[in-house]
Design a protein around this ligand. Structure first.
Ligand SMILES: *[C@@H]1O[C@H](CO)[C@@H](O)[C@H](O)[C@H]1NC(C)=O
Ligand SMILES: *[C@@H]1O[C@H](CO)[C@@H](O)[C@H](O)[C@H]1NC(C)=O
Ligand SMILES: *[C@@H]1O[C@H](CO)[C@@H](O)[C@H](O)[C@H]1NC(C)=O
Ligand SMILES: *[C@@H]1O[C@H](CO)[C@@H](O)[C@H](O)[C@H]1NC(C)=O
Ligand SMILES: *[C@@H]1O[C@H](CO)[C@@H](O)[C@H](O)[C@H]1NC(C)=O
Ligand SMILES: *[C@@H]1O[C@H](CO)[C@@H](O)[C@H](O)[C@H]1NC(C)=O
Ligand SMILES: *[C@@H]1O[C@H](CO)[C@@H](O)[C@H](O)[C@H]1NC(C)=O
Ligand SMILES: *[C@@H]1O[C@H](CO)[C@@H](O)[C@H](O)[C@H]1NC(C)=O
Ligand SMILES: *[C@@H]1O[C@H](CO)[C@@H](O)[C@H](O)[C@H]1NC(C)=O
Length: 770
């Protein structure tokens, strides 16, 4: 499906450069996108509360309410979502009423008063209008007449047209009963209860659709186009828009569809991978992973991965790449419905998430999420268990293939070869057993022998090579190019160097099967787990999420490892070891007993006095200084924030979550200046005790709030009054001035980290007088 035709790419470029308006609209689902300049994504989370989480290209503009804050009710729990241009609509989980909002003002409901107390079973947002099918969402999903209302954009404010829709008013459809509806630019289409599709609105004629009698299950609309999934064959049929007409949909089954600016994408019925058609950049579309739901903005697609319910976003347009960096929250794989699931569907079993107290992802326990079962797996995976009525078919990596049942689909060598490899494996295991019995010295000799005993690369193994990883102190075989290898032996092999190589099973055991994902939170890299090693040592285990694995290759991982394991400083969280078996990328770090600075300042952890706050500021600055100035090549952090500053058992600050992207020389200086800016925000949070973005303050942005006051010499006004002030507040005012310099708009006015670090050192040395 990849389109690399120069003309099409040129067209794509034109579209990206000159498109001022949104083009694609989603169909209703658990994840949806608002289009256009103010584009953002929202999804229903997997907490069982059906909370809506949102993300946009600008992190600061996140409307996602943190679980414990007073913002929780800004976007009420939703049953389903659908995105228009610059706004999103949903059906309220408790009442089935419609609710529409923008990212800039999530608290304002854009549904006109006349429609606010009508229950809807289905909703679709188009460019400037919304249509809903009447009926209660959970009880009568299959029928209802349609209401439409307009959403008007006037000098960057969205409002509802009080009387409903002028745009979509059409007497001829007012008595039709619909099952599903979709909305585009100046038109709407619906699946009529009796079968067939009816379209109306001023631009409906442009679709060239007439007298459609086929039965459809899914509809999605582009700017001037419509695609639907046929009930009987699951294949797709499209109408309208000449841009898309050049490229008809692929001949395969789909379970859901979404439209972007110049393309449609869908989830394949067989393996649940994403397949697109039209004009788009295919370079980032994930291969080898299935999705349970997807949504597209103009030029980015986000989806909920079926294996772990983690969000993944990728770009489908031309540069410059807007980065929709989704939060690491688990999301609901589908919509909650009443009744039993249909044939070839499974009901999602929430207990696989192993979250205490979570028995259903739906607000009401009697509801369930029904999703279509996959029938096949992606390349490199085999079908290891079939679909049942409460679990989807399971796909396993071909590296786990043990017998003839999967050797064909995995393209594995003949069984005889496999048995021979198995024998060799057993010999290695025996050697290991001998090793552990005879002490460390012998172990060293044994591991040397083991390297000898490894299978000699032949045929299909040709890509395999041994690479010396300098600071890891051990010869490591590159295995990812050849995923067909059996899992290595089950003992951890201590390395001679600084970092240790851990076995996957060992980490699985230590983390209770990677299930306690709430234990330490979620970093940019993936989930972080607390683990207790067999010797009783607590460690933090960072497991790369799918997005990280997809967006970096194994060579990059090794380069990162090589850099990370050379770093060592008392103000950073140091790497202890890693594991890279079976496509996993896992880093093992020192465990930080006292949690994050964020939780001490804003969360439930003990508050910090001023002596500690100043010391922590200095220590964090020193950690950052180490990365910026003392390591070679220099490193930038790129995500300096209070939740990435951890406190160890002595309450010493340590910088965490750095160094996962290797920066180019060119960007280094800019990125360092960005780190300084973010460090300035950290200092402001330490000083004021308020969060970086908090709508209980005006303005909500801490820089806009504190900056002017400090510049006017009123730094004392921002100092946190919840902790006892020292008798002399001069050191705190100095800290305020320093923070203000760090958050200067002009990067050249910001100090270097070394300057900040030595100023802080002086302040700490002078001490505070209480
Ligand atoms: C439904 O939920 C909203 C927001 O959570 C709340 O304001 C409203 O009172 C609820 N309505 C009912 C009938 O429970
Ligand atoms: C748009 O909203 C802003 C603030 O929300 C307000 O100041 C401005 O007057 C509004 N403009 C119009 C035309 O309503
Ligand atoms: C109909 O489509 C054209 C572009 O094809 C667009 O300019 C116009 O605004 C649309 N009409 C409505 C009512 O949205
Ligand atoms: C699906 O329905 C269409 C028309 O309704 C028909 O032409 C086609 O043969 C059907 N396909 C299958 C596989 O039944
Ligand atoms: C496709 O996207 C990649 C980034 O994912 C970008 O580097 C590349 O330039 C894009 N291709 C085109 C033709 O714009
Ligand atoms: C969900 O899974 C758990 C454990 O895997 C099992 O005990 C339970 O019966 C399942 N629930 C349903 C409804 O099948
Ligand atoms: C299942 O997927 C594999 C790998 O993608 C492919 O080789 C095989 O033909 C597919 N089988 C069916 C029945 O579609
Ligand atoms: C699941 O399927 C089994 C038989 O395959 C059936 O007995 C059971 O009632 C089904 N459960 C549900 C909830 O549909
Ligand atoms: C093949 O191995 C799998 C486990 O990997 C097992 O469940 C299955 O029964 C085996 N099949 C045969 C034919 O031995």
């Amino acid at each position: 499906m990849t389109r690399n035709h120069p003309f099409l790419l040129f067209l794509l470029l034109l579209l990206t450069l000159f498109s001022d308006a949104a083009h694609g609209f989603g169909s209703m689902g658990p994840i949806s996108a608002a289009f256009g300049e103010d584009g953002f994504f929202c999804a229903i989370d997997a907490s069982g509360r059906q909370t809506v989480i949102c993300w946009s290209t600008k992190r600061a503009a996140l409307v996602s309410p943190p679980a414990s804050s007073s913002l929780v009710n800004i976007i009420p729990p939703m049953a389903a979502l659908s995105g228009g241009e610059g706004f999103l609509c949903g059906i309220l989980a408790n009442t089935s009423f419609a609710h529409c909002w923008t990212n800039a003002n999530p608290g304002k409901n854009l549904v006109p008063p006349a429609y606010r107390t009508t229950a809807y079973s289905h909703i679709a947002a188009g460019k400037a209008h919304v249509c809903g099918i009447r009926g209660s969402y959970y009880s009568d999903r299959d029928s209802g007449t349609v209401d439409c209302w307009d959403i008007v954009l006037r000098s960057s404010n969205y409002t509802a047209r009080p009387g409903g829709s002028i745009l979509m008013y059409d007497q001829s459809i007012s008595n039709l009963v619909f099952r599903k509806v979709a909305a585009g630019e100046g038109f709407s289409c619906g699946i009529v209860r009796e079968g067939g599709i009816v379209c109306w609105g001023p631009n409906a004629t442009g679709l060239g659709i007439s007298a459609v009698a086929d039965s459809f299950t899914v509809l999605a609309t582009g700017k001037g186009s419509l695609c639907g999934v046929l009930d009987n064959s699951s294949t797709v049929k499209c109408w309208g828009d000449n841009v898309l007409a050049v490229d008809q949909p692929p001949e395969m089954g789909f379970t859901s569809l979404t439209a972007g600016a110049s393309y449609f994408c869908g989830i394949r019925k067989d393996n649940h991978e994403v397949e697109c058609w039209g004009i788009y950049n295919s370079s980032q579309i994930p291969k080898g992973s299935g999705f349970s739901a997807i949504a597209s903005s103009d030029f980015s697609v986000c989806g909920i991965r079926e294996v772990d319910l983690v969000l993944d976003c990728w770009f489908t347009g031309t540069s410059p790449i807007p980065s929709y960096d989704p939060p690491l929250e688990l999301c609901s794989p589908g919509l909650c419905t009443a009744g039993t699931c249909g044939a070839a569907e499974f009901s999602f079993n929430a207990s696989i998430l192993n979250e205490p107290g979570l028995s259903s992802l739906c607000l009401r326990g009697v509801l369930s999420i029904c999703s279509p079962c996959g029938t096949n797996c992606s390349d490199g995976f085999f079908l290891s268990s079939p679909c049942t009525n409460n679990s989807d078919r399971v796909c396993s990596r071909c590296s786990l293939c043990q017998n003839t049942s999967c050797s064909t689909v995995c393209g594995l060598p003949l069984l005889r070869d496999m048995q021979q490899r198995h024998l060799r494996e057993q010999r290695r295991l025996l050697l290991i057993a001998g090793c552990s019995a005879s002490g460390f010295l012998i172990l060293l000799i044994c591991s040397f022998l083991m390297t000898w005993g490894k299978p000699v690369p032949t045929g299909g193994d040709a890509g395999k090579q041994f690479r010396f990883m300098s600071c890891l102190g051990k010869k490591d075989s590159k295995e990812r190019t050849n995923d067909h290898e059996f899992p290595p032996p089950l003992a951890s092999i201590p390395s001679v160097g600084l970092a240790q190589i851990f076995r996957l099973v060992e980490l699985k055991d230590a983390t209770n099967g990677f299930k306690e994902f709430n234990e330490l939170g979620r970093g940019s890299y993936g989930f972080v787990y607390k683990a207790i090693l067999p010797d009783g040592q607590p460690v933090a285990v960072k497991r790369a999420n799918a997005a990280t694995i997809i967006h970096s290759n194994s060579r990059e991982f090794e380069m990162e490892l090589e850099i990370l394991c050379k770093l060592r400083h008392s103000n950073i969280v140091n790497l202890l070891g890693y594991c890279s078996e079976m496509g996993e990328r896992i880093l093992v770090y020192e465990f930080m007993q006292h949690g994050t600075l964020h939780d001490h300042l804003h969360g439930g952890l003990s508050p910090l006095n001023w002596t500690l706050r100043l010391r922590i500021s200095m220590q964090a600055a020193k950690g950052l200084e180490y990365l910026h100035k003392e390591v070679s090549p220099p490193m930038v952090h790129r995500d300096v924030k209070t939740s990435n500053i951890l406190l160890d058992s002595d309450l010493v600050a340590r910088i965490a979550d750095f160094g996962l992207i290797i920066s180019s020389e060119k960007d280094l200086n800019d990125d360092m200046k960005a780190d300084i800016y973010n460090f300035g925000i950290v200092l402001l949070e330490i000083l004021s005790g308020r969060k970086a973005y908090d709508i209980d303050y005006s303005p909500p942005d801490i820089v806009e709030w504190a900056g002017p006051q400090i510049r006017k010499g009123r730094g004392a006004a921002i100092v946190d009054r919840n902790v006892t002030l020292p008798r002399n507040v001069e050191p705190l005012l100095k800290l305020a001035d320093m923070a203000e310099l760090a958050v200067r708009e002009d990067p050249n006015e910001r100090p270097t980290i070394s300057e900040i670090s030595s100023w802080l050192e002086q302040i700490v040395k002078d001490g505070l007088v209480y």
